[in-house]
Structures are given as C-alpha cells and as structure tokens.
Design a protein around this ligand. Structure first.
Ligand code: ADP
Ligand code: ZN
Ligand code: ZN
Length: 747
C-alpha cells in the first residue's frame, strides 16, 4: 500500500467496487491508490481504472474489506477524479434504473452523467465567469446592426451594472457562442471570480403576476398545495387549452416559495422557445433548460446549477430525469402520455415512470399532465392511487372541435384526399382561415386493408390484426404466432385493391399545390423543423394569419401555437387505428385528439375532418361522439380482458443476427432454458415465442423476439434478471440481444 494512504485521516478500504461503463452487469474490484478523498472513500467518487487495454472512467459504488480476486490480480485504480462524491439521491436513481430495466449499472451511470464528467473532466469549475459591458449600450448596439440576438444580449447586460454570471445569461436562452462573439468584438469583458458554495438565487419570485384561476384550476391547485411535503402523485387531466400550464406555474410558485426546486419534463417536441419563454416570463428566478441542442459544457453548467441548487427551475426532455437536485420540491411531467419519454434503444427507460419512482424516493409531489392520459396513468387515477384532478373548460370561448368522420371507401382520391375534404379545405380558405393537413407517418407495423370495402386482415385465432410481412409475402399474428399467405383478393368483396394501411398519402403536398395554386403551402415535419432559422421563418409567416395550407406530421400536433387554423384534415386515421401493435389504438386516439386540439384555439371555432376506411368502426365512433375519456375507459376494459398492460406486465427480448439461423437458434435456446427455469419454480410468468419481429428483416439483419408476461411485476423481474444472466453467459457473439421492460411497442 502506498505510503501516503497511511497518512490520510480515515483508514482506506482494501477494495473499491467500481461501476465501469461496459454492458456487463456487475461491479469490478480495484485497489485504492494515491491520496484518498478528504472525506474518505465513499460511493459516488469517480475514478479512472485500467480495464482490458483501456482506461475507463468509473464510479465507486462500494468500499469493501475483501475481494474474490486473489491479491495479485487486484489492480490499483489509475487516478481519483473527485474529492466529493456525486449526490447520493442521484446514485440511488441510477441504481434503481439499472435494476428496474435490467441494464448494466456502469452503462446507466455513464448515460446519466453529462459528457464532460463521463470523460473524466473535473466537476464544478472553481471559478465562475462574469460578463459586463465594455462600452455604452448605444455604441454597442450601433456596432451590431445585423445581429438581433447579440443586440438583445447587450440590452440584457446593460440592465446589470455589475455584470451577469454565465449561468444567469444562459438561463435567459443565450449561448456561449453569442457571448464569445461579443467578447471578440471587445464589446463586453469577461472576469473570473471564485465560486462560493452557498450561492443561491434570492429576491422577489414573480416577474409577472399569475392569472386568477378558474374554479377547476383553483381546486386542482389547492389539492396540490395540500401534498407539497410528501409523495403525492396526481394526474392533471385537462382538455387542450384548459390551462394546465397555468396550474404548473402556480404549483412551481409554491415550491419555490419553500426554497425548493422544481423539475419539469416535457416531450421532445414540446420544449419550444414558446414554452420556455412562458416559464421565463413568469419567474424572476433562473430557468435552466436541458435539451439536445446544448453543447457539452452548457449541459454541464446546467447540471451543476441544478445539483448545487442555484437553478430553482429545471425544464428538460427525457434525459433531464437524471438531473440531480439539491432541494427537490416537485416533479411535473407535461404530456405524460407522450412516446418520447421512452428511450427506444440502449438503456430503454421511461422517464415518466422513473419520475414517479424518484418522487417517491424524494418524498415530493409529482404532477402528470395530459389531455389524453396514458392508460397506465388513467388506471392508477381510477383506482385512487393517483389523485385525479380534472379541467374540463377552456378559458377561451370555444370548446375543442368534434371529430367528423369522412368515408374513404370507393371514392376517388387526389393525393390521399377525397372530394368532401377538398371542398371543406376550399371553404375554409375562402373564409380566410388556415388549414392543417395532417399525415400520420408513425412507424406502426402495417396491416393489410381492402380499399373497396374496408376489410382488414384479422387473426382467426385471436382478436388482433395480422401484420404484413414482405419477405416472403405473408400475414403474421404477433399475439399467437398464426401465419397465412398474403391473399391476392379481398375475402370480403373480391376486390384486388388490397394495400397496406397508410400507403399512398405521400403526394398530399403536391396535390394541394396543384389544387390551390394561389395559396402558400408550408411543410412542417422533422426535416423542416431541424433547420431552425428556416423553421422560425415559416412560423412567422404562419402567424401573420394569411390563408395558407400547413402540411405536416406529428411535429404539428403539439407544442406550436397556431391560432389561425380553422380546419384540420387528418388524411389517414386508419394506419394507426388498425396497426397490429396493442398500443396502436391508444396512441392513435391520443394523436387524433391532440391534432384536433389545433383547430380553433383563438377566436374562431374549428372543424376537424378525419378520413377513414371505417367510418362505422365502434372505437372511432366512440372517440368522435364521446371523446377520448370514453374510449380510454373502454380500452382499459379490453386490456384487462386481453391480459395486457396495465393489467399485466411485459418484457420483450429482442434477438438479431445477420443469419436467420443464428438468431433463431439463440432465441429458441433462450426460450427453452427460460421455460425450464420457470416451470421448475412454478413461476406465474408466461413466455411466448420466439416469433419474428413485425419487421423481421431490417438493415440486412434478421429480428426475432421472445415475450415475457406476468400479473406480478416482481415475478417478471426475477425472470428477466435470470434470463439476462443466462443470455450474457450463453449467447453467441454473432447474435445481438436486448431486454425491453414495459415495452412501448412490440416491433
Ligand atoms: P394547456 O396547458 O392545458 O394547453 P394553457 O395553460 O396553455 O393550457 O392555457 C391555454 C390558454 O388559456 C393560455 O393562453 C393561457 O394563458 C390561458 N389561461 C389559462 N388559465 C387561465 C385563467 N385562469 N384565466 C385566463 N386565461 C387563462
Ligand atoms: Zn373488400
Ligand atoms: Zn392470433
């Protein structure tokens, strides 16, 4: 043992158990070396360790007296990176995540750390930068005629005679690049000062007064205020535009009033400048935003601001759930049903579910908000485990528009649109309105439909739809493994017009341009929104309110406020409604309601047309006539009968390999081993498969899956843990596998 270890105050442990970023689900033992941390070795201290031929950044999880390894094999760490451990609540969350999702702890911690900390960079900078004007405001502005953001930044700095620190400037939405630009022009100066640990934000809370609440909002807020000091899960179930955000803002006001912090999770496409500015306008306190557009250093700044308690409000997308808070006060999940909260590869976690676990651990309230709650959340609210708070009225005069179903069968189509829809578009434009044409391009696994009579391929043995597979052409049921060849003609009417649902809508934009040559057509999808400046320009054009056509995908369904839209046309409702995935109906209904919510938000009433091959479908009728809640409660009943979530828990094991035989052999061996293990223990867990994945050939690899299900979460987890252990030790390297706990899709 090195001499300096003996001189340090607390005795050093003999062994450090370190979580290392590898897929292996275990800790690795090392010998401490060098100067121990001031407070002694503890869980949460980052170290650099030799691992194979590399050196990796790991985190000490345990300090032990003995190792299973013989002494000569126990390698010393190569460096200690921290003096202070990472926060223990944060470590708890990572451990919970790794355990719940059967993922390696080292990988989970790695995922949850900001990039610079992952790479071994030091934690909090010991210094802090302060920025000040170097000249008069007016001469600085003169020098910046064509840089509007930098001009605004100058104006902001001009209000602070003693300058501002980086975190406060970033919290207003500015970037380091903008600061650097001003610094390069010598318009501002930068000074460094030591950082004091207790630095906090203080002073008046609100920058603008909160709105007087209506009765329902006030009732909801009062219920939330009752549970501020404990775990108190609540569903804020309110139609689009019913004022949920106002309730969030006033809940946060209460949390900040207690000197605590609020964490707000929003969907990927919900973190718009509009959302942020609403929070920033309301509070004088800094609002820190965590999203994919940040540089690594900006992310670290935000992370440290949250960890130290300097940032009272943290807003972010999915991964923000891993932001440590010094004084947690409440967690809010907006649009809790949104699919983007679930990570679909690597560490397959659900940020909403982790938020609930975290709130429980921290003993703080959690508010889940949605106009269209997930069936999981609705079931909890109905059983009374979550408090069910409702907002049924909109402050604006117009109630959300009803869905009008338009029959697609046997009708002439132009770019996917039938004559009644085209007429409605013409009328809306004539009345100076804007029209939103919505194309559902979600990647549901396709089913086969007859476009003459509406027949859809269903499984003979169970109630689900068959999924169309291309190679070879056939229909497969993913609930019972039944397969049939692809039919040449419709079994219902004999027509040969059989197509995958959702095909043939790609040309809507072109068609609209031809039909309405004088009207501007704006396209809003993932591509157009990625180019930020171009997209801002489109939004500015749209907000001027001239008659125009907006053609878009999911991106359009939420987030952006489009006050002049008076008509929404949904080109293809069926692709989602009749997909074979068991969540397809729920997600499609949510999407339809969200899209419909875009019509008539300001001073005009709206209309929503939904094109479908199935105007008589009982689910669609129920949604159109009675709304989302009625359909949701019926879907819950169906899920209960079918033994599906939220009444049964699922875990999906996916296998893939270049050669079909390799994947099949691995999946079959795993299924066999698991079944044997389950029957020995008389486990209640059910194992189905292997079955080919809905898209079995992707990127030249063959995909298969094995499904585990159980009424008991704990039994499912035991089986999952066993299976993962078996797969780790027994699966050939030619096969890639993964386990998805609570999968969102079966594809
Ligand atoms: P949601 O989050 O449910 O979609 P918002 O909070 O965005 O709803 O509210 C919709 C609109 O109604 C916003 O313009 C908001 O400012 C306004 N609003 C919300 N609550 C009130 C209120 N109590 N009084 C007046 N206007 C309100
Ligand atoms: Zn037919
Ligand atoms: Zn079946």
């Amino acid at each position: 043992m090195p001499a300096d270890d003996r001189t340090a105050p607390p005795p050093a442990p003999k062994v450090l158990r370190v979580a290392v970023p590898t897929p292996l689900r275990r800790l690795f033992d090392y010998r401490p070396a060098g100067q121990p941390p001031a407070g002694g070795w503890r869980a949460g201290i980052r170290v650099k360790v030799p691992f194979g031929r590399r050196h990796l950044v790991g985190i000490v999880m345990e300090c032990a007296a003995h190792s299973e390894l013989p002494a000569h094999q126990l390698k010393p760490i190569s460096a200690r990176l921290d003096d202070e451990p990472l926060p223990s609540d944060w470590l708890w969350l990572c451990q919970f995540t790794a355990r719940y999702y059967q993922h390696s702890l080292g990988d989970t911690l790695h995922h949850a750390l900001p990039g610079p900390l992952r790479q071994g960079r030091p934690r909090e900078a010991r210094i802090r930068e302060r920025w000040q004007l170097n000249t008069t405001e007016s001469s600085a502005l003169d020098a910046l005629a064509r840089a509007p953001r930098q001009r605004e930044l100058i104006q902001l700095l001009a209000q602070h005679r003693h300058g501002m620190v980086s975190a406060a400037i970033m919290a207003q939405g500015y970037t380091r690049a903008q600061l650097q630009g001003l610094l390069d022009k010598a318009l501002i100066i930068r000074t460094e000062e030591p950082l004091t640990a207790s630095e906090g934000w203080s002073g008046a809370l609100l920058a603008e007064p909160s709105l007087p609440l209506n009765r329902e909002q006030a009732t909801a807020l009062a219920a939330l205020h009752e549970g501020l000091d404990r775990f108190h899960p609540c569903l804020l179930h309110g139609v689009t535009g019913s004022g949920k955000t106002e309730v969030y803002l006033q809940l946060i006001e209460g949390v900040l009033g207690q000197g605590r912090q609020a964490l707000v999770l929003v969907p990927e496409i919900g973190l718009t400048p509009q959302t942020l500015s609403r929070f920033r306008k309301r509070f004088r306190a800094p609002v820190v935003a965590l999203h994919s557009g940040l540089t690594d250093m900006e992310r670290l700044d935000a992370w440290e601001a949250a960890r130290s308690g300097r940032a009272p409000i943290v807003i972010g997308t999915r991964s923000a759930i891993f932001t440590p808070l010094a004084r947690p006060g409440a967690i809010i999940v907006d649009e809790e049903h949104d699919g983007s909260f679930k990570q679909q590869d690597g560490l397959r976690y659900h940020a909403r579910d982790l938020a609930i676990a975290r709130a429980h651990h921290d003993g703080v309230p959690i508010l889940l908000g949605s106009a269209t709650p997930s069936l999981e959340t609705l079931a909890q609210a109905r059983s009374g485990r979550y408090r069910h708070l409702r907002l049924t009225q909109r402050p604006s005069r117009h109630a959300p528009a009803k869905l009008e179903l338009v029959d697609l069968r046997g009708r002439l189509r132009q770019g996917g649109l039938v004559p009644p829809a085209i007429d409605a578009i013409r009328q809306a434009l004539k009345a100076e309105g804007q029209v939103l044409v919505f194309i559902n391009r979600r990647g549901f696994s396709p089913s086969l439909a007859c476009h003459q009579c509406g027949w859809i391929a269903e499984c003979r043995h169970c109630d689900s739809r068959m999924t169309l597979h291309r190679q070879p052409p056939r229909l497969v049921c993913h609930h019972c493994e039944h397969q049939t060849p692809q039919p040449d003609a419709c079994p219902g009417c004999g027509s040969a017009d059989l197509r995958p649902l959702g095909a043939g809508t790609e040309r809507s934009e072109e068609t609209l341009t031809t039909l309405f040559p004088d009207i501007p057509v704006y396209r809003i999808d993932r591509d157009s929104t990625r180019r930020k400046e171009a997209f801002d320009q489109i939004l500015t054009e749209i907000r001027r309110g001239e008659p125009s056509l907006l053609v878009g995908t999911q991106m359009l369904a939420k987030g952006h406020h489009l006050p002049h839209v008076t008509l929404v046309v949904v080109v293809n409702a069926d692709a989602g409604l009749y997909a074979s995935d068991f969540r397809a109906l729920e997600q499609s209904a949510q999407l339809l309601v969200q899209v419909a919510g875009r019509a008539g938000r300001a001073d005009r009433a709206g209309r929503v047309l939904v094109q479908t091959l199935h105007p008589d479908d009982p689910n669609l009728r129920l949604l159109a006539d009675s709304g989302y809640d009625a359909l949701a409660y019926q879907m819950l009943e169906e899920r209960r009968l079918a033994g599906l979530p939220p009444y049964r828990y699922l875990a999906l094991t996916r296998f893939e390999a270049t050669r079909e035989e390799d994947a099949l052999e691995a999946a079959e061996a795993a299924g066999e081993a698991l079944r044997e293990w389950l029957s020995e223990r008389r486990s209640s867990v059910h194992c189905l498969g292997p079955v080919p994945a809905p898209m079995e050939r992707r990127q030249n690899r063959y995909h298969l899956q094995l499904m585990l299900s159980s009424e008991k979460r704990s039994a499912l987890h035991e089986a999952g843990a066993w299976l993962v252990g078996w797969l780790e030790s027994s699966t050939s390297r030619k096969v890639r596998w993964s386990l998805d706990i609570d999968p969102m899709t079966l594809s």
